[in-house]
Ligand binder design. Structure first.
Ligand code: AMP
Ligand code: MG
Length: 324
């Protein structure tokens, strides 16, 4: 497979990049903020590969990139204020967090099981060309390994991710060079989750005062009442490292089931593949979170690769919850 960052002077291989995305592979591409690592947002598998390629220790939600407002409206519920911001700042470095529509086709893994989705319309011509050629939403975090700085040149993407990307579209240096501003409009008060390419003052000029989340990763990762969307964790308890289920437990499998133990109600991955397991994780938790089950028992999952992120999520789901 070619892992080429083509020079900015040759015509950009947009069709080839879209073909890679269609095949579930990952593509590096420029946006006006930083270079992104794109995958088919409607494919659990492609989204799991993004987390794997970045070596993310946990499943934090990804920004879904779209060609225009029309495409975004198919995925999330727009409020009048969201509409005004989109009209003013899109295409551009502004990400809006809005409630997922019931018929939203985006992978649950891409929003880490949340019932909100972060959407953005980038203005970079290559990003626009790719989004239109692919004609599906593209899940796109920055194209760096976890914990490293965001790439602003195609060469950075290649040195960060090597052959984990099928192709890198080279658009030269990114204009803005810092990430998009992330504004959460799904809460009671508009809340700034991450400062970025659109200034807070510019948003306040439209909305009036907006709140800031004291610590974004914290407020997303740890549900605090009224702050977080529901469906982040199952409503029934979760038991980890289970070697056998009790009769009233849902039995979530990973790899081969020990002899004499009943077959799992659902398998994350029969072959013990963490990428496959990650792809199925959120849908599996949702589907087992129902009567007659009173708890979900999960077979042990080794920490290797995406196993660490899967266990991180399961541990949070298993932790005692206030009021529960
Ligand atoms: P990156 O993956 O580096 O582009 O960062 C994406 C940012 O958007 C992170 O700060 C995420 O936590 C935030 N984000 C994405 N989706 C959501 C969501 N549904 N709710 C809250 N924050 C989100
Ligand atoms: Mg990043």
């Amino acid at each position: 497979m070619s892992n080429t960052a083509l020079s900015a002077s040759s015509p950009p291989p947009i069709a080839e990049a879209a073909e890679h995305l269609r095949a579930g592979r990952l593509v590096g591409f420029p946006t006006e903020t930083v270079y992104g690592l794109g995958g088919d947002a409607t494919s659990d598998r492609a989204v799991a590969r993004i987390f794997d390629a970045k070596e993310r220790p946990r499943f934090n939600p990804l920004i879904i990139h779209l060609p225009d407002l029309e495409a975004a409206r198919k995925l999330v519920e727009f409020t009048p204020e969201a509409r005004r911001l989109a009209d003013l700042f899109w295409p551009g470095p502004l990400t809006l967090v809005l409630p997922r529509r019931a018929d939203c086709r985006v992978s649950l893994l891409a929003s880490a099981g949340l019932d909100t989705l972060a959407v953005r319309v980038p203005g970079h011509p290559l990003a626009q060309a790719l989004l239109r050629a692919f004609a599906r939403p593209i899940a796109t975090p920055s194209a760096n390994r976890s914990g490293r700085v965001s790439p602003t040149l195609a060469e950075h993407v290649r040195s960060e991710l090597g052959d984990r990307v099928a192709l890198v579209l080279d658009g030269g240096p990114c204009r803005v060079g810092i990430e998009s501003t992330v504004l959460d409009l799904s809460r009671e008060l508009p809340t700034l989750l991450r400062p970025g390419g659109v200034a807070q003052e510019a948003l306040e000029g439209v909305l009036g005062p907006i709140a800031s989340a004291p610590n974004v990763e914290d407020s997303i990762a740890r549900p605090s009442p009224g702050m977080l969307a529901s469906h982040y964790a199952p409503s029934i308890p979760v038991r980890l490292e289970a070697l056998a289920p009790t009769p009233d437990e849902a039995w979530l499998g990973f790899g081969a089931v020990p002899p004499g133990i009943r077959a799992p109600d659902l398998q994350l991955s029969e072959s013990g593949d963490p990428i496959e397991a990650a792809a199925r994780l959120f849908a599996a938790l949702r589907s087992l979170d129902r009567p007659p089950f009173t708890r979900i028992a999960v077979m042990p999952i080794p920490e290797a690769g995406l196993g660490a992120a899967i266990n991180d999520r399961l541990r949070r789901a298993a932790a005692p919850r206030p009021g529960a």
